[in-house]
Design a protein around this ligand. Sequence first.
Ligand code: LMR
Length: 397
Amino acid sequence: MFETINAAPEDSILGLTEAFQKDPSPKKINLGVGVYKNGSGQTPVLATVKEAEQRLLRSEATKSYLPIDGLASYGELSQQIVFGSDHTILRAGRATTVQTPGGTGALRVAADFVRRISPQAAVWLSDPTWPNHPNVFGSAALQVQSYPYFEPDSNGVAFERMISALETIPAGDVLLLHGCCHNPTGADLSPEQWQAVAAICAKRGILPLLDFAYQGFGDGLEEDATGVRTVADHCREFIVATSYSKNFGLYNERVGALTLVASSADAAEAANSHLKICVRTNYSNPPAHGGQIVAEILGDPDLRQRWEVELAEMRNRINDMRHLFVETLDQQGAGRDFSFIARQRGMFSYSGLTPAQVQALRERHSVYIVGSGRINVAGMTEANMEYLCAAIADVLK
Ligand code: LMR
């Protein structure tokens, strides 16, 4: 069976890390995978996470299975951080949450659920989008479509073209929206644009699926929830895929959540029974450790407050790097207006570099960015900035 297998292509993001690790250059820089680095170029464990782990070590009494849909307290706290603690959806019991292995796990459970309930539904993805999106939905045997999103001339959202496309999406299809910090472009919808998009979904009977992997990395925990909460104001049904990889730095613990909002508490409960089948047939039940850390921090006012400070430090450092990057590119004679990068939000920006320039960056300078030209701003530091910008200026010549 295995003798005739041809090797599959490497993952366009995680494959880069493998190549980076093999590169002997002392100057190498990895701006590929979306992992935050502090000013010293490290991805440390947050102090609040360490403290929560110490508490868990002392109090944990069993390693027995979690329920199929995970820790109940984790689900409730996840809903509160997405919607705010006193949202009408929560009071009405219209939300149900399943703890998942990472945001990717939440997306895959959502995909299996849609396929189970509405197999003819297509999933509409922004063009461009996270390269794993089409694979996740395609693997669940759903049809994948795309809608225009990015305007290279303005380095912003191609809003009119996006709206025209949304007006053609059939009722019952799924619209994947990036809740904030669009991956890969860094270009987000404005609050007014969210209103328009949410209104179209409600009017046409489109199911919004929000990939919410960067809450707190853009403008703040509350600010970044504007899109999700606007959808909540307009649509009776939608799904949110949360990731705690970035905002808690829990990348390798695989901590995520799928929150489904239905039009009534009964409908949410019925949906939950199907979500549980999707989980049970996939990975049975979620790993506990990461979810317990998040629940410990979000459920303790003091730890939560200190976590928010750590999150703000990460966010502010990224936004500082955006400005420094623009200035240093200019100083190094890049000869192009990169000021849009300072206006964008989240970990990523589309640099506009061509695939040939991306390859030259890697071969000549050991600087690794995704083939699409996506740059992880959160991997820049004051120490690597000059070398990085000189390298970019060189490949732009
Ligand atoms: C990214 O886009 O780099 C991150 O979301 C990590 C991943 O899994 O691709």
